[in-house]
Design a protein around this ligand. Structure first.
Ligand code: NAD
Length: 346
């Protein structure tokens, strides 16, 4: 008997929507029944590479006519809650969408409330962890060769609202998705606050996890360079230190570990096709009941909470404890807190 097929629609025919739609189309567990964008040129060009599904300019019409199992949307971050509500109103089983999951904790809490009440499975695209380098290092941690893990860290260049939830998700992954107790953060610079991913130019912070592990993160322009990697968006590092060794992953490729047995290293690469393909295949397995998706919404929310907790801490100039409740949108709060004119010249 052939495996069950799930129907899917994709909204957004930009860079990310195109990749999602093409990979759903190429995977025989899915039937891509509709795509939607406001831009007809993008829409028609995507239809041509995805088997000519029905095309729409209106999300509600698409959901009403196609009644899909899965609603996938890949839009800039300001469009989340309303699209999420629309999917819920049309009784989809899965909502798969892009990071960051929201623009604030209050919005993320509203999304989670709808998902929990309606029993919707949600998936957010922190797909890097499907990379071979992430998987190899995770295996070494799980083997116990690093001893007791005491520190996890992550840093990268790029915009905070683009990259912070990736970094938080991957340090959580390395730390077995342990809960966090508190965070202390600091931010610097206003230049990127007007972007469609509004962000401080740099942010850094310290996290205390309940299992005793310390997390250290830095995101943005003042974060350390990773000279081994050329492309600026891939200049990031995720690392783990234990009582008997350490291991690290370069976001742009390769990994290494040093244990009592010696040094081991191997290749890896930032590969959208490979990583997103695994992420999409796991949506079918989650719907089948075979396994929970590694990018599931509950876990995503915890990483998002870390990212927003750091900003709240910076705005309030004090330690912030988890779980977070609703509050002033964090980006607005730090926009008030960061001086208009840099006092340091940096
Ligand atoms: N997971 C990753 O590795 C990764 C990488 C890059 C970007 N992203 C995220 O992906 C998201 C989208 O990025 P992108 O580069 O594809 O953006 P994009 O701007 O290229 O594409 C968005 C598309 O959505 C369409 N759109 C917007 N509002 C719409 C509406 N109401 N109805 C129909 N269509 C609508 C736009 O016309 C556009 O074609 C962002 O949140 C970004 O942070 C994720």
């Amino acid at each position: 008997m052939s495996a069950k097929k799930y129907s899917v629609v994709v909204l957004g025919a930009g860079k990310r929507g195109k990749l999602h739609a093409e990979l759903f189309h190429q995977n025989d567990r899915f039937d891509l029944v509709g795509i939607c964008d406001l831009d007809n040129e993008r829409l028609q060009s995507l239809a041509a590479t995805t088997g000519n599904p029905a095309t729409y300019n209106d999300a509600a019409k698409m959901l009403q006519e196609t009644k899909p199992d899965i609603f996938c949307f890949c839009t800039p971050p300001a469009l989340r809650l309303n699209l999420f509500k629309l999917g819920a109103d049309h009784n989809v089983k899965v909502i798969a969408y892009e990071k960051p999951m929201a623009m604030s904790i209050s919005e993320a809490l509203d999304i989670m409330k709808i998902a929990r009440e309606k029993g919707i499975k949600t998936v957010v695209s922190h797909q890097h962890k499907y990379g071979e380098h992430y998987q190899q290092v995770k295996q070494i941690i799980d083997s116990g060769k690093l001893g007791r893990i005491h520190t996890v860290y992550g840093h990268c260049w790029g915009w905070y609202l683009h990259m912070a939830t990736h970094i938080m998700d991957y340090i959580r992954f390395m730390n077995n998705n342990a809960e966090a107790e508190w965070i202390i953060g600091q931010v610097h610079g206003r230049e990127k606050l007007t972007d469609n991913h509004p962000s401080p130019d740099w942010a850094g912070g310290f996290i205390q996890f309940v299992n005793g592990v310390r997390g250290i993160v830095e995101i943005g322009a003042l974060s350390p360079d990773v000279p081994e990697v050329e492309y600026s968006w891939h200049k990031g590092r995720i690392g783990v230190q234990g009582t008997e060794g350490f291991a690290e992953i370069l976001i742009g490729g390769d990994w290494r570990a040093v244990t009592k047995e010696g040094t081991v290293s191997g290749p890896g690469k930032f590969d959208y096709q490979h990583d997103q393909g695994g992420y999409i295949a796991d949506i079918a397995l989650w719907l089948d009941g075979v396994k929970e998706h590694p990018c599931n919404g509950e876990s995503t929310y915890k990483g998002f909470e870390l990212a927003m907790g750091l900003l709240r801490s910076a705005a309030q100039r004090q330690l912030v404890k988890f779980p977070l409740g609703p509050g002033e949108p964090e980006i607005e709060a730090i926009a008030k807190a960061i001086p208009e004119v840099s006092l340091t010249g940096a």
